[in-house]
Design a binder for this molecule. Sequence first.
Ligand code: FAD
Length: 648
Amino acid sequence: MIFDKFCWFKEKGMKRILLKILTLALIAGIFACASSSGLKFNPGTYQGTAAGFGGDITTEVTVDAGRILSIKIVSQNDTPEISKEAFDRIPKAIISGQTLAVDTVSGATFSSDGIINAVTAALQKSGVDIAALKNRKPGAGEAVQLVSKSDSADVVVIGAGGAGLSAAVSAHQNGAKVIILEKMTKAGGNTINCGTAYNTADPARQAAVSMTDAHRASIQQLITKSPAHSPFETELQQTVKKQYDEFVASGKPGIFDSPEWHMLQTYNGGDYLGKPELIRVLAGNSLATLEWLQSNGMEWTNDIWTVLGALWPRTHRPVKPLGTGFIETNLKYLEAQKDRVVILYDTKATELIVQNGRVTGVKATAPGVDYTFTATKGLVIATGGFSANKEMRQKFNTQWPNLDNASSTNHTGATGDGIIMAEAIGANLVGMEWIQLLPMGDPKTGSLSGNIEQGVEDRFFVNKNGDRFMNEAGRRDDMTKALFAQPDAWMWVICDSQSYPTPQVKNNFNESIEELINAGRAFGGNTIEELASKIGVPAANLRKATDDFNAGVAAGKDSFGRSLWRIKIDKPPYYAGARIPTVHHTMGGIEINTDTQVINKSGQIIPGLYAAGEATGGIHGANRLGGNAVADIHTFGRIAGANAALAR
Ligand SMILES: Cc1cc2nc3c(=O)[nH]c(=O)nc-3n(C[C@H](O)[C@H](O)[C@H](O)COP(=O)(O)OP(=O)(O)OC[C@H]3O[C@@H](n4cnc5c(N)ncnc54)[C@H](O)[C@@H]3O)c2cc1C
């Protein structure tokens, strides 16, 4: 019936009703009547089986002569929390794109590959050309027309990641009709794969965190640093000193924090290359943004932790795993506004349109359709960074050795499109040479999946000789440089049962330690010596490294200058997971002002054009603090949407 309805709507030209249906573009089969795929199948229903994460996955695939019609999961044994998204999305992506070339779901790679392989096994029985299906561009030939080829909205947003969806929600809340363009077949970008870490000073939640002498020393070090780099730093030093003195005098529980202390650490951690006014917006509004997300339905835990390179325990954790809470909250809001908001997937923005010096719209392309969208009030670029664009990395990188063969934590769509489009119409780019690498990549894929650290305080690192070699609580760039200097640029993260009180406890990427061990991606031992033997490092060295670390916990300091301590690693079982350097984040991008308006090469505002998220530059300077990006993208996305909606 749904196919008949779709075609009827199309024939009758009932665009608005059609939009309501097609905004739910992942509904399997809706696309099927739009056109033939050009593929040939022997009609029927076929079963196929392949290995998933927890055992075999069996699928049942129904095809007619020219299309994949449905995919049913007959049986599977994968962990629901990890694999749910893969089981939800991948069959729909295969059907909507009529292709096997679909993205895997980060954090659920084994399940994703298992589903694709099981569908492939079933389709092999249908006589279709599997190689053609695997090489087929998602959606190729599916001429689906969602809106008219030259539609208009108050606000057009490019990119349905964290920044883009927040911009869209905020634009709608400020009265705008919004069109969102997303080049992938799903929303989320890097944000949906993120490690949950969101930084903001939040005295209520931070009241539960203990303050150590090492924390106190860190504050003293930055507020007394002389000479100050700029009047901004002097002002922050004075404000933080006053706030800290008041905090100590008050006898309040918990750890000291304030937006200004967050600003000072962000400014210092980025080598004073971040723009003061943007740092002020980020740290000054991140708590309000957290509360805004909450008001839209997002749930937060009360946990405060320190993500890698955050330098201070102000990292917040959503209830939902990875970045799913951010994306689901915004998507749920937007999908409920179907008369005012349209999301077009598989639709890539290609060129900004400028008329009389003002950005008035964007050209975009979807399989079989070219669009020209007009933004009557404002256009927001929220296309993310360029960590997955090797040529662009090579072009701008001055900080690292050759990154040509470096792996990345990013999704494949992080190719800097918005930066390129903006520069083409005269936008200024800032900080493009600052590319963040993490010492935390999976040795096979470079992804963050499989990272066993639960928080900076609760683990240390050793190299292949079993020796500690760095301040594991330091800046991300310093840590990665230290790792590059180790044998094979390889290290082991070491923690104990305090990070994983039960085998079912999960890491920040929604994987339990039990699953990681079963998959050969982490190792456990009841003694340090047993763990050493499992990971092939000299037992005496790993014992010495552990003893050194534990002595550091007792003393609150060590020879590496580590400043964040909490627990001794002395409660078996002990765990280890391997890590290598990986490209993670691009700090540079489009120059914006505090209203997120894009600035041209002469320092002037480009009318009609806004940008937010990792596509922008100038906030983080030379090194981004861990946990600052997710706060940045939602804060600036929210501002961009409101300003675009309210523009004249
Ligand atoms: C694995 C991982 C873990 C991370 N964990 C954390 C963390 O815990 N805390 C933290 O602070 N930071 C983290 N980061 C960094 C942070 O997640 C990113 O900086 C942030 O999500 C970027 O958000 P964004 O909205 O700017 O871009 P994205 O979320 O990447 O969204 C951009 C969207 O634009 C789309 N797009 C691109 N080009 C086009 C085009 N031409 N037309 C249409 N659409 C287009 C993309 O497909 C994508 O959907 C992590 C990053 C990764 C990769």
